[in-house]
Design a protein around this ligand. Sequence first.
Ligand code: F0G
Length: 456
Amino acid sequence: MKHRTIIEPFKIKVVEPLPMRTVEERERILAEVGYNLFGLHAADVTFDFLTDSGTSAMSAEQWGAMMVADESYAGSRSFYRFEQVVQRVTGYRHVIPTHQGRAAEHLLFSLRCKPGQLVPSNNHFDTTRANLEQLGVEAVDLVCAEGRDPTLDHPFKGNMDVGRLEAFLLEHRGRVPFVMMTITNNTGGGQPVSLENLRAVSSTCKAHGIPLLLDACRFAENAWFIKVREPGQGERSARDIARDVFATADGCLVSAKKDGLVNIGGFIALREDSWLGDLRNKLILTEGFPTYGGLAARDLEALAVGLDEVLDERYLAYREGVTRYVADGLSRCGVPTMRPPGGHAVYIDARALLPHIPAHEFPAQALAIELFRAEGIRSCEIGSVMFGRTPDGGFRPAALELVRLALPRRVYTQAHFDYVLEGIADIAARREQLRGVRITYEPPFLRHFTARFAPV
Ligand code: F0G
């Protein structure tokens, strides 16, 4: 093969300046926001790896489609175009637009769940968990054992433990309204689920007469991993694989802000019509008329184009290549990451990098602060700041101290990533000098969004 480099499969038509601040400016800004990166103005962030959600760069074709959108309140042409694409990509007949993923969750859960029920998943994402729990429903994680070991190299660490699912459905007979599978498994590090595992979960659910729903916001990345990692799938198209994945389930909830390649949007798609009437009625109450569901028609147009573009295999190969490039680059400079890299993010193991900072001084938060101070990189702590508070306000170290670098789609080039890697290598070389932080203010729940810190 002549070329080793995986190039960006696009050229750039519209650009925006990359914000650049000096280290001194960033030190002042950090003190002002109490060392909480959620408090930053994005204009002060050079590389924004806070999330891959809603941060994609859209294509010329998507922007063009937005211009020709039909903004009619009812029966918009743009809705039918969007509906057709979702039907073609998923194979499901019924399509309900929502303004984003959690709106879809709230809508469906509030109609299908009752207090005291239980909903298993490989791992629930925060918002599916929270939307279930606020209805009095227990959200249960049944990811496979491999998925719980951050250092283990395994192709499908997002898989469900089917044995545990079977036992769970027997034990809680009559109390499980549906089973969920998150593809890719965000909470577990963006790890994929194999087609084989989805089929096994599907037949277990069928045997118990329980519907299976996919939380499918990264369905294209998951399909790509199946193509390159699952025996017998390598010759098939990502599009066909995605269809097979959707065929294992009865419907899906999708935050289109990820693999929809749009900045806002979501949907529910269902095979059968039995839940449809209630859903549409509640949609009208909370989101909007069923042919726009909380979105402008131009958003539906952009999404219709995005859902097709994301299945382009040159794009998917590039997407996987970028994540791997960043993870491998970090390993080369001695920065341990969760293995193997998932689809949308690289997770730095801050406990392994900074063993001299104890859990109660928040090593992952300390690293996230230094990434911004020294290099203008915004990341997200997923460690004891996020998970270390006990219900009575005490402290219990989180299982893992991670810093997530979530990679926006089509936004940063390889030169950007090389620059980022040089910066992180420099931080890693002086890791012993990094100090922990203490909390000076915290709210009673979800403290990571608004807590304030001070260096120790
Ligand atoms: N499900 C998964 C697996 C997600 O990753 C997200 C969002 C949602 C549902 C909710 O979708 O934001 O459109 O309401 N994940 C973002 C992230 C926020 O940064 O991982 P939403």
